[in-house]
Design a protein around this ligand. Sequence first.
Ligand SMILES: Nc1ncnc2c1ncn2[C@@H]1O[C@H](COP(=O)(O)OP(=O)(O)O)[C@@H](O)[C@H]1O
Ligand SMILES: [Mg+2]
Length: 446
Amino acid sequence: MSPHVFYNPENCRNEAEVESKFIVYYLLPALGYDPSNWYQEVTVGRLRLDFLASANAQNQQSNRRQIVIEAKHPKQNLDRHLRKFRQYIETVQAQYGLLINGREIRVYERCGNTIELRLNLAGYEIVDRLPEIQQLVGRHTLQHHLPPISLPASILETKSAMKVIAVYHNKGGVGKTTTVINLAAALSKRGKRVLVIDLDSQANTTYALGLVKFQDESADDIRDRYVYNVIVNRNKFPIAEVVRKSDFCNPSIDVIPSHIDLMEKEQELVLIDAARTRLVKKLEEVDSTYDIVLIDTPPSLNLYARIALIAADYILIPSDLKPFANEGLRNVQRFITEIDEFRDSLGRKPLEILGVLASKVATHAKFVEHTLPKMEAVIEERYGFRMLRTRIFERRDVSTAIENSIEVGDLDIPNPKSVLDFRPNSPSAQEFEDLAKEVLVLIREL
Ligand SMILES: Nc1ncnc2c1ncn2[C@@H]1O[C@H](COP(=O)(O)OP(=O)(O)O)[C@@H](O)[C@H]1O
Ligand SMILES: [Mg+2]
């Protein structure tokens, strides 16, 4: 007999059972959601949602088809959690929220700045009244019969399907490249079509993605086709002609490589006004080829950083939270303001700041417990940037994965891997998976 027929969530003894026995095994499947469209323990900013379910089909990204689900202990009074719950719904701008303690199941809908109770039923009624919940928040309903719009149009507005994220900080060594490559791997594993653009003339990303296969300059196959070509000319070198595949992770990702020559090309490119917006134009042409574009940037305020921030929709700021990196945030803030002014003149929306990502963080328990939260608070209070909830710790696996090589005859050939491929069960792999989830929520792709 199907467990759907006889089910009483009032038998759940604690919050974990409400989550597993009721929400995961009964409610989500009963509402038509399968594991590919719900996520557990999703971090958003400083919040951690129990569940986020999405009725969006691929390439849809309406928040109206998203549901936040919070589980509570059966003895908890749901009223006491309403304020927090509303905050969750507002933060992800989901349209619906389910608040559940097993004894009680409530369905809320977001209306402007408040949430309204749409349905309230006792746990034991669930089987009989399931159709009412399905009617409101079932996957089928949200996909096919969207309820009347009660949201401002700006929230529903969907840009192109493709989202461009620049990973930027004007200080070097804070983990930008490491973030770009491993986040790209994590997103690719989540089924996203990912393009990485290396706009740093140090070409660390290009190297880390395994594209520098030659030992001798004479065999250099990057120089004639790299990010410079994309920028220098409007009509030649569309992105499709410049991209290479990287098997640094599985599934593979596409890459527009950089080259050390990019440094000296800056003098030529600064004289071409249109060079600043060519990446924007060329990205429009691959709008349906990729879901997410990650741009790695130089640790500077130079032309390439500018090009990246003009082309991006979002900026993610990795930081080791050390004093110089913190002080650098003031430059980042000023730079963003200046870029926004230019974007405005192009009719582009301001850059959306995803926040500061704590990166290369020391792992000592004492530090993590006492010092780190204070450092994070400083970023939010003094510099006005939101901290991402995910933290990337400094761990050997991350650097060893990049330094991986294979022996071919008596040669050691570089064979860098993402940490998710190199050590899939490591804490680092988990951190980048968490980062991918958090970023997807922030860019409203979940
Ligand atoms: N989470 C981490 N754990 C261990 N080593 C790291 C981590 N993040 C970065 N590194 C190392 O720190 C150095 C600088 O990181 P990188 O990502 O290149 O910074 P950036 O691009 O900001 O200059 C590199 O050698 C890299 O391997
Ligand atoms: Mg770098």
